[in-house]
Write a protein that binds this ligand. Sequence first.
Ligand SMILES: Cc1ncc(COP(=O)(O)O)c(C=O)c1O
Length: 416
Amino acid sequence: MNFENSRSFARMMDKNDSLKSYREKFYYPKNGNNKNVIYFCGNSLGLQPKSVRKYVEKELYVWERDGVIGQHGRWEHFHERLMDNTARLVGAKPSEVVVMNALTVNIHLLLVSFYQPNQKRNKVIIEKGTFPSDQYAIQSQIKFHGFDPTTSLIELSPRKSEKTLRTQDVLDTVSEFNEEISTIILGGVNYYTGQAFDMKSITDSGHQVGAYVGFDLAHAAGNLKMSLHDWNVDFAAWCSYKYLCAGAGAPSGIFIHKTHHDWSGPRFAGWWGHNKNTRFEMESDFDPIQTAEGWQISNAPIMGMVPLLAAMEIFDEAGMDAIRLKSEKLTGLLEFLITANLPEVSIITPENPLERGCQLSLVAPGGEKTFENISKEGVICDWRKPDVIRIAPHPLFNRYIEVYDFVKLLQKSLSE
Ligand SMILES: Cc1ncc(COP(=O)(O)O)c(C=O)c1O
């Protein structure tokens, strides 16, 4: 796409934007003077869909009116209303996904199944600088099995003087450690650099050495177009409070490939994973549902799921194809304007749109001070130590003109 370095170009992009009406479906934050801010923080917490209140009030009303009767039929099956749309979101079969718990909890539960180390095969591959919660979860899983993270954890690092990983280096590491690898678990998109990994190639290479391959899709769900089923990914989990706009602490989604649905290996069980036909017969033997639902433990957090249902209807209506198309243009314009106007700012996120989502990670002179200055000007983004400002224009509620105005504000701040 050919971009132009002008406000009128950005305005024209907004005018021709097929998703422009979606902004009105969200509450857009304002500053103290009731002026719109520029909200580029959908990678941290997505905005509230206006429809959420109605959806929540409906369930509150059912609870008020029916008490426990609401449980029967309605809430008992509530999570099933999130299976078709979630499957479309991540490129899965409906039976391969379920919404349950929180993200790190799910990473633990998935590793109970997909990390079964033994003396020969006990290594886990992650990216160095993975999100700390993943790092802690994986280290604790390794220790739980009596192994030592200093020898069982392999951390992939970029080459010297490079900021992001080369796919070939990931594949070479997999070949190098070969049958010593039990599990590979990477972020679909790295939270710090914004790099999107080639999930298909990494999954293929892991399978060639007999390892399980999974992804933390916290920064990929609602951001990238994915085909988890076709890529043969073994397992994945994500949160829904970032790009998916389901509200702080909203429940997490998981994916478990169909090939594992007759699982007889280790898993932590609970009554919500038990065969639905006999769940209320209260038998003592666990009879797992033969889908991803078999990994559920507790009954579903309905009030947390309701905002997700409202948000998923918006995502489903817009469709990941259109969302991704706009996202590439929005982030492409951001990259173009920074490169054209701010040579002193470096972008550590890969240039190739296939290797990133909507986020660009910027290293700017002044570092945290520059971040504070643009924040005072009404830009909502975030700072991640040691030196990155993360900017994530969300294709459902951000405009091209905001990208233009942001670059001008950053330019102003850097020239002061
Ligand atoms: C990549 C990644 N993984 C894990 C987490 C932790 O999520 P939770 O607190 O929902 O377990 C986050 C939170 O931002 C994240 O960005």
